[in-house]
Design a binder for this molecule. Structure first.
Ligand code: COA
Length: 401
């Protein structure tokens, strides 16, 4: 058995961070520990101890995350790792359990994470809540389906000037789509616009698109320059490209796709309903590879389901199973007014992980029924739940945290 508790000093924090760093090669550097600690407070890092020695860690960023029609406080689960010497002895289970209780006490109604492997987190109540994928587009297939009248102006900005210009665009993304977390000032400075030492010779570039006197889109990208047999064969790696309007999104992508010397344009984490697929004349050529993206855990059923909006009407009664968080167990009636406990007959029985999958509207209850992830007790309940929960646009989290 392991003792699990939050870290209390920098040394414990560093050794807990070594849990994940084990798999990247070596202990975290002093600089990494300091940087992480600026947005991951000591008491948000849980550590597993064996006879006083730390053998694993699991962190949770104190996030605000967009949900359908609003925002909720969210535990952003990160840097999860158990030393290879102590794997498969329950250290992760202990940390997940302590972390969920901690989030519940703090009033974080949801938790979210990116999973290194799909088999890890389902048992702790996390479900696949969004889909995303990467594209590898040969530049010769980069024409748009329709001519684009360009109205905006693009200009480069230095990394240390970028944050205040990019932030309003990111905030607008949060208003438009579920699944995006708020970047704090420290996050912008230390994660988004920092130029790491090895990148000094070829840093990421920051471009803003100004239209009607304001920044309406931006892109962050990095070039990988290569000359083949007499011709440029460079790759443009798009790290982020976000617009606040359809016009601005189209323009920033036109800018990226038109940069000279590029043979291939790559981008990742794009949601299946990204506008690029309809802007392009040959979307098939993006070679879109699609997989699970953000995972969601409903930490508090009542608060989470009451904290999102519903575009639909009607109501449905769920019987929720949640062995790890017993406060969620039982029957809940969900309607556009939110969720409330009920004694009425259950219409759909499901695990809390299935509810997490449905939460953002990216996966329908009909799909979850098809995947044997729920039990429809009353015929037609799945269709009613879908009418209620459906939400567009789809969730999008453009950054792995
Ligand atoms: C994933 C990891 C943290 C699991 O830690 P652990 O202490 O070995 O996990 P536990 O012993 O608590 O395992 C709990 C359960 O999950 C299962 N499990 C854990 N990791 C798993 C994996 N990668 N694949 C399949 N099952 C896994 C265990 O078999 C066990 O199942 P059981 O409850 O039915 O017996 C650890 O393997 C690790 O550090 N991996 C590399 C880093 C990583 O991927 N971190 C996650 C980043 S998102």
């Amino acid at each position: 058995m392991f003792e699990v508790r939050p870290t209390t000093d920098r040394d414990e924090f560093a050794r807990a961070l070594y849990g994940i760093q084990q798999y990247f090669g070596g202990p975290p550097t002093e600089e990494q520990v300091d940087r992480f600690n600026q947005f991951l407070p000591l008491d948000r890092m849980h550590a597993a101890f064996e006879e006083g020695a730390i053998v694993g860690g699991a962190g949770a960023f104190p996030f605000e995350m967009s949900v359908p029609g609003g925002e909720l406080r969210c535990g952003g689960v990160t840097v999860v790792g158990v030393y290879p010497t102590h794997r498969r002895r329950g250290a992760l289970r202990g940390m997940m359990d302590a972390q969920l209780r901690d989030m519940h006490e703090r009033g974080e109604a949801i938790a979210a994470l990116w999973a290194s492997e799909e088999t890890i987190y389902g048992r702790y109540g996390y479900g696949i809540a969004s889909w995303g994928g990467d594209i590898v587009l040969p530049r010769e297939w980069a024409s748009f389906a329709q001519p684009l009248e360009r109205r905006g102006r693009t200009r480069f900005v230095a990394p240390d000037e970028a944050a205040p210009l990019l932030q309003p665009v990111w905030e607008e993304l949060m208003r438009q789509r579920p699944g995006t977390f708020r970047r704090t000032e420290a996050w912008w400075r230390l994660r988004t616009t920092r130029v790491p030492e090895p990148d000094k010779d070829n840093p990421a570039r920051y471009v803003v698109l100004e239209l009607d006197g304001e920044v309406q889109a931006y892109a962050i990208f990095k070039g990988d320059v290569k000359f083949g047999r007499g011709a440029p064969e460079s790759t443009l790696n798009v790290r982020e490209a976000i617009g606040t309007t359809p016009q601005a999104t189209a323009e920033i992508w036109r800018f990226l796709l038109d940069i000279d010397w590029q043979a291939t344009i790559k981008a990742s984490l794009l949601p299946p309903d990204h506008p690029l697929f309809l802007l392009l004349a040959n979307p098939r050529r993006t070679d879109y590879r699609f997989a699970d993206a953000l995972w969601l855990r409903v930490v508090d059923v009542g608060a989470a389901l009451s904290g999102r909006a519903y575009a639909g009407v009607g109501s449905v009664v769920f019987d929720v199973r949640d062995a790890m968080c017993p406060w969620n167990e039982g029957r809940w009636r969900v309607s556009p007014d939110g969720a409330a406990r009920t004694d009425d007959e259950a219409e759909i029985a499901l695990d809390v992980a299935t509810l997490g999958s449905a939460y953002f509207g990216a996966t329908s209850f009909a799909q979850l029924r098809g995947g044997l992830r729920l039990e429809e007790i009353s015929q037609g309940a799945v269709e009613r739940a879908d009418a209620l929960f459906a939400w567009r646009p789809l969730p999008w989290c453009p950054e792995i945290f």
